[in-house]
Design a protein around this ligand. Structure first.
Ligand SMILES: *[C@@H]1O[C@H](CO)[C@@H](O)[C@H](O)[C@H]1NC(C)=O
Ligand SMILES: *[C@@H]1O[C@H](CO)[C@@H](O)[C@H](O)[C@H]1NC(C)=O
Ligand SMILES: *[C@@H]1O[C@H](CO)[C@@H](O)[C@H](O)[C@H]1NC(C)=O
Length: 460
């Protein structure tokens, strides 16, 4: 009898746990890390996420949105003042409030906003700015969409947020009791590397990422009128899922399964991951993506989802032109414009061809430069071979060295600007591996030596 009673209350407890949305405030921090028209997807997905949070009754004062805001009025945008995240979708720009724009969208400002440091924000940008001003009973939802690289997430102009700095900020928030529980969704290449082996499992934080530590995320939604990829597989998947679902029933885990499925299309497959406290999986989405009072399931049914089942194979230089990797987006965009736009003038066509040729050259040179760099830095090898360094998929163990190496490389080699040429970031894994095994001075000297030799470093 006692046993039966016990089992029954366990069942009841489970039911209560699943449907209960706790009190306290909800906060959302939404980040688009890109600028420039070919990175259309980033602000498109962030604006959709902003509307979704608003429609789910999270009050505007509890949402912070960081986005460069150059997209809606970019001269290349054929519909001025308009942003969609699927072809023919509704205009997401009106009402898409951005709290930090242009030069204010930096990793430093982001970290101050996240940790609720109003003074710190003011010091950085010279004005008061909205922060995640959360307390011990509050739930925080963070979503970020842009390019990434191993151990880094990018902000405009190839300025990187390092995984160590993000995780230190999260740990600080935990120490300072700035949240009850927190969820992060990160949509960028190598996004798993922002958390794997670093995010503690015991600080009530759960995250999902669109990719594991060493693979790309993927785009969706080529818009043949806007001549851009306007969404991502992972980003579009969760925002539409949230718009349609009953957030009081659907769990974090169920949404993660939706993203996994959306990222598994014909050939361009990434593997969404989960990190942190996985017991949070059973919580309902409403806990993070809506405010309990006022939210009504299905009211904000926004509908036009991407058709992700585009059939036939369509590639350029091995790059999938239906669902290119996020870091291949500039190449894929120019290739599609060239292939598909029949009414281009001869001059425009030559211009696009030259642009494409230059990008392919940068890609090739970045690869050979990296090989030479590894060779130069390994003149006195400390246990590993060049091949180990070039193929290893290690985590960042020496963050100081990696930061210094990236800084020196971008100063010495503006011609391979990894903001403009995100595909060149694939080589950064070798920088991490070198920093893990060689002396920092050897790595820095090798960068000096090799960038000097490559003319492309000075070609702008
Ligand atoms: C993980 O989260 C669950 C549910 O929120 C909580 O009960 C548990 O204590 C957490 N585990 C750790 C190790 O913090
Ligand atoms: C991806 O989809 C294929 C075919 O639908 C399926 O067989 C496979 O198990 C899926 N992979 C993952 C990781 O979900
Ligand atoms: C938000 O709600 C409005 C009004 O119901 C609707 O038109 C719009 O599509 C919704 N936005 C999203 C992103 O669901």
């Amino acid at each position: 009898m006692a046993l039966r009673h016990g089992a029954l209350s366990l069942v009841l407890l489970a039911v209560v746990l699943v449907v209960r949305v706790e009190s306290g405030k909800n906060w959302a921090l939404i980040v688009a890390g890109s600028k420039d028209y070919y990175n259309y997807f980033s602000q498109a997905v962030s604006c959709h996420a902003y509307h979704t949070m608003r429609n789910n009754s999270i009050p505007p004062e509890n949402i912070v949105h960081m986005a460069y805001d150059d997209l809606a009025h970019d001269p290349e945008n054929p519909v001025q003042g308009n942003i969609v995240n699927v072809p023919e979708g509704p205009n997401l720009y009106p009402g898409c409030k951005m709290d930090y724009r242009k030069k204010e969208v930096t990793p430093e400002v982001f970290l101050k906003v996240l940790t609720g440091d109003k003074e710190g924000v003011k010091k950085l940008i010279g004005r008061e700015g909205k922060v995640v001003d959360s307390g011990p009973d509050d739930h925080v939802f963070v979503t970020m969409v842009d390019h990434g690289g191993p151990g880094v997430f990018y902000f405009p102009d190839f300025v990187e947020l390092h995984n160590t700095d993000l995780n230190n900020a999260l740990k600080q928030m935990h120490r300072e009791n700035r949240y009850k529980e927190m969820v992060l969704y990160v949509d960028s290449c190598n996004s798993g590397s922002m958390f794997e082996g670093i995010l503690p499992k015991n600080i009530n934080i759960y995250s999902t990422t669109c990719a594991n530590t060493h693979e790309s995320g993927y785009m969706c939604c080529w818009d043949e009128f806007r001549l851009s990829f306007v969404g991502t597989q992972y980003g579009n998947a969760w925002v539409y899922d949230t718009d349609k679902a009953n957030l009081h029933k659907k769990t974090l885990y169920q949404q993660y399964e939706v993203m996994k499925k959306a990222c598994n299309v014909s050939g361009s497959v990434s593997h969404p991951q989960q990190y942190g406290n996985l017991s949070m999986n059973s919580q309902v989405l409403a806990q993070y993506q809506s405010k309990a009072e006022g939210y009504q399931p299905g009211v904000c049914l926004n509908t036009l989802e991407a058709d992700n089942t585009l059939g036939s194979k369509f590639t350029f230089a091995g790059i999938d032109l239906n669902n290119p990797a996020i870091d291949m987006v500039p190449i894929a965009t120019v290739a599609r414009r060239l292939i598909e736009s029949r009414d281009l003038s001869g001059e425009k066509r030559e211009e696009l061809k030259a642009e494409l040729r230059h990008m392919m050259l940068v890609k090739e040179k970045a690869e050979s430069l990296t090989k030479d760099l590894v060779k130069a830095a390994m003149s006195s090898p400390r246990g590993l071979t060049e091949i180990d360094i070039l193929t290893g998929k290690e985590r960042v163990f020496n963050s100081e060295c990696y930061k210094a190496a990236l800084g020196l490389f971008s100063a010495r080699c503006p011609g391979i600007n990894m903001g403009r040429y995100p595909f060149a970031r694939r080589n950064l894994q070798a920088f991490i591996n070198l920093c893990n095994h060689q002396r920092q001075t050897d790595v820095m000297n090798a960068i000096m030596e090799v960038t000097e030799k490559y003319g492309i470093c000075r070609a702008l």
